[in-house]
Design a protein around this ligand. Structure first.
Ligand code: ZN
Length: 283
């Protein structure tokens, strides 16, 4: 009986074992696939900051970050795909590899995942999103949030550790050999001033001054025309009240009498009033 039971259960054990192996293999493939773990939106936040505050500094000094620097643009996993994005205008994003157009950047990202996954930088292990703690992605991601409690619960010690890591990262990016000590120090100061120096509880939540929330842009774009229209209507109403000419029947009962007094002038000229405080117009 026991033997029969063992014989019956063996295929099930083999099947379960095969299923488990297949699931483990799928998990390994997913883990090994860079696009499955490297967030594009977060990488974009880091990339935007690098473009504005890091690559620019090197370009201004006619220098290049060290080739082994993890922030070097050629090591960015998505650099080839990002280089083939064309933003014609806010709601038209074009894939430069095949010409397809999308109305949002998100859909172009999906298109790259589905159609041009071969354009990921081969052999690169650099996912810019991994540097989010240094480049404060949470602050840029939640620009509309107040972050009151996060500010209150901010731990200076944690940020000091991050700052040290940031400075080590920036040092690894300095071009070696072709700069004087003074030039190297100046370059280090510049590239770390917009990143590492902000890693303290006082400055962590500050956004660059030129960074305006897209929601604010939409709000101002909608509200401003209405505001000016209301202002024009308001001033026109005031002007019309004080300077506008129109018939004023101050005493309807004595209309006939008023016509006689006016000496037979037409209705229009007789009853026109300049409304300076309700007084009749004096000719
Ligand atoms: Zn394409």
């Amino acid at each position: 009986m026991v033997l029969l039971k063992n014989k019956l259960s063996r295929p099930w054990i083999i099947l379960l074992y095969s299923l488990e192996s297949a699931l483990f293999l799928m998990h390994c493939i997913q883990t090994a696939d860079p696009k499955s773990h490297c967030s594009r939106p977060l990488s974009r936040i880091v990339r935007n900051q690098l473009t504005e505050q890091f690559y620019n500094v090197f370009q201004a000094k006619n220098q290049e970050p060290h080739i082994k620097c993890p922030l070097h643009s050629s090591r960015d996993l998505y650099s080839v795909q990002e280089g083939n994005k064309i933003e014609e205008y806010a709601s038209k994003w074009v894939c430069n590899l095949c010409g397809k157009a999308f109305y949002a950047e998100h859909y172009l990202d999906l298109h790259f995942d589905n159609r041009h996954s071969d354009k990921l930088v081969k052999g690169s292990t650099v996912c810019l999103a991994d540097f989010c703690d240094i480049f404060r992605c949470d602050v840029f991601e939640n620009q509309r949030k107040d972050n009151f409690w996060k500010k209150k619960l901010c731990k200076e010690n944690k940020l000091i550790v991050r700052k040290k890591r940031c400075e080590a990262l920036m040092r690894s990016c300095l071009p070696q050999g072709n700069l004087s000590v003074e030039e190297e120090f100046k370059l280090f100061e510049e590239i770390s001033s917009n990143t590492c120096s902000l890693l303290n509880c006082k400055d962590y939540w500050e956004l660059p001054s030129n960074e305006i929330s897209p929601w604010k842009v939409v709000f101002y774009a909608v509200v401003t025309p209405f505001f000016f229209m209301a202002l024009i209507v308001y001033y026109y109403a005031i002007w019309d009240y004080y300077y506008g000419d129109y018939p004023l029947y101050s005493n309807i009962g004595s209309r006939e009498e008023e016509e006689n007094v006016s000496g037979g002038y037409g209705l229009t000229s007789t009853h026109l009033r300049k409304r300076y405080g309700g007084r009749a117009l004096m000719y």
